[in-house]
Design a protein around this ligand. Structure first.
Ligand SMILES: [Zn+2]
Length: 244
């Protein structure tokens, strides 16, 4: 068996054999929105984050990896060019349908791995997970944000106040996994008043760069440690799953 088990390269008879003979019953679905990440990073940060963590963990542990979904729910950043948001119900419907599909051919642990959190997304995905897990004992659904994997350890490497959005944490991560989408010459520090940017139609009047925190202090070395902790966290999570 050649790891990682990426769906884009696997054929169905191979998948069937891995399920039946090797007992692989876990799938990870990386997802995250297309969203502005400051003047110094490309729009893919939030879906690249979970994808890179899944692939790195998947090189050490056998589980299936679904192609990454570039989808998520945004709030404050929606008026920046390039940002794309779906409504919370669209995301939870999509997750439900993917969960139902994977359940049909034998998955027992269906893990949605997000590169994005936020108040317009996380309460809805948490509610969905609770609802579906109450309904079915055949398979379990999970939704994890990469920043929450080994969170306390991660926060020893960067300062949370410097790292709200497109700042120290995410920029460091990208310098490690995808330096080609980062231009450190354009990195800035900005601390907008969070109350004033809640309404996305006027947010840009109070928020110049799209960065919240300090992106200038990001380094590849910090990124390597942060991503390493996320990968370790995902491996531990999967290893500790109950046998259903
Ligand atoms: Zn982000």
């Amino acid at each position: 068996m050649q790891l990682p088990l990426l769906f884009e390269k696997l054929k169905w008879p191979e998948i069937e054999k891995m399920i039946q003979e090797d007992g692989i019953r876990t799938i990870v679905i990386p997802f995250g929105p297309v969203e502005e990440h400051g003047p110094h990073m490309g729009l893919g940060v939030d879906y690249i984050r979970p994808q890179e963590v899944a692939i790195r963990a998947g090189k050490k542990l056998p589980f299936f990896i679904h192609p990454t979904l570039p989808v998520g729910v945004l709030n404050k950043s929606r008026s920046f060019p390039g940002s794309v948001s779906v409504e919370p119900e669209t995301l939870t419907n999509l997750m439900t349908e993917i969960y139902n599909s994977c359940k049909l051919w034998g998955m027992k642990h269906i893990i949605f791995l997000s590169g994005h959190g936020g108040k317009r997304q996380t309460p809805y995905t948490d509610e969905l997970v609770e609802k579906l897990n109450k309904k079915s004992s055949d398979a379990a659904i999970y939704c994890i944000v990469v920043s929450d994997l080994n969170r306390e350890e991660q926060e020893k490497i960067f300062n949370r106040d410097n790292a709200i959005h497109a700042a120290e944490q995410e920029t460091s991560e990208m310098l490690y996994v995808r330096p080609d989408i980062v231009e450190m010459d354009n990195a800035v520090a900005e601390f907008p008043d969070v109350e004033k940017i809640q309404d996305h139609t006027t947010a840009r009047d109070h928020w110049k760069s799209g960065v919240r925190g300090d992106a200038t202090i990001a380094t590849r070395e910090k990124g390597e440690k942060i991503v390493g902790l996320q990968v370790k966290g995902l491996i531990e999570f999967i290893e500790n799953l109950d046998k259903i």
